[in-house]
Design a protein around this ligand. Structure first.
Ligand code: SF4
Ligand code: SF4
Length: 227
């Protein structure tokens, strides 16, 4: 899932303080799971903003709405009518959701309330860690399900580098070297000889931005190539 964290309150408040009728828009999927932008976080931020503007003696109306997803037309459409009364939208979705909200409602001022960090997992309660940088050319099949492009600090396609010490990363001695982890995993699985496969340099054509993926069944409809 996409991991995000709330922006500092002072930054959020400053971005919207010129407006009078503000809707805080949450997203009920990834950012809700990582406790950054779901319904509960929308409520907390809205209350904090109301109190803060009241102390400043500013008459700013703060309302709340949480969609199931902001990266999907189906859910964005559900607020088309109610949005008309607001002069500013504060989105707690990831960067994709914020942009899709702004695209869907041209003319509305849209501001982000979270910083989007990475694609990751819920490793433990309150702890999210990165696992994938969406390289578009996944090599997990031959690295024992461990991603060196993400978990190796240098993103090396072949490793370990010369700085590995006792199985730890030279950049952060607290962390296991990703390539040692890959070696150990492949050894456990009885396919350690795969460590000898030399990967070519990363093909950055797979990472051309902006990315575009068309499902094969929809190629004719969108008249577009698949990636
Ligand atoms: S190789 Fe790593 S970064 Fe690329 S898609 Fe697979 S997990 Fe993601
Ligand atoms: S020690 Fe291992 S994880 Fe650290 S930079 Fe070198 S290869 Fe990557």
């Amino acid at each position: 899932m996409i991991i995000a964290s709330r922006k500092p309150f002072a930054e959020i408040k400053k971005s919207i303080e010129l407006y009078e009728n503000i809707l805080v828009v949450g997203c009920g999927t990834c950012v809700a799971v990582c406790l950054a932008g779901g319904k509960k976080e929308v409520g907390l931020l809205a209350s904090q903003l109301r109190m803060s503007f009241a102390l400043d003696k500013k008459k700013i109306q703060i309302s709340e709405e949480t969609l199931e997803r902001q990266c999907d037309h189906e859910f964005l459409e559900t607020i088309r009518e109610p949005l008309k009364e607001f002069d500013c939208l504060l989105s707690l979705a990831c960067g994709a959701g914020v942009q899709f909200l702004a695209e869907t409602y041209p003319g509305k001022k849209v501001f982000p309330g979270v910083n989007t960090s990475f694609i990751g997992v819920a490793e433990a309660a309150g702890l999210w860690t990165e696992r994938c940088r969406a390289c578009g050319d996944c090599l997990l099949a031959i690295t024992g399900g461990i991603c060196p492009r993400t978990l190796c600090v240098k993103g090396l396609n072949n490793g370990p580098c010369g700085g590995m010490i006792d199985g730890k990363c030279e950049v952060d001695p607290e962390r296991p070297c990703a390539w040692v982890s890959i070696y150990e995993r492949l050894a456990e699985e009885g396919r350690v000889n795969q460590i000898e496969i030399m990967f070519p340099p990363t093909d950055f054509r797979f990472q051309t931005k902006p990315g575009r993926v068309t499902h094969r069944a929809y190629l004719r409809r969108y008249n577009a190539g698949s990636k």
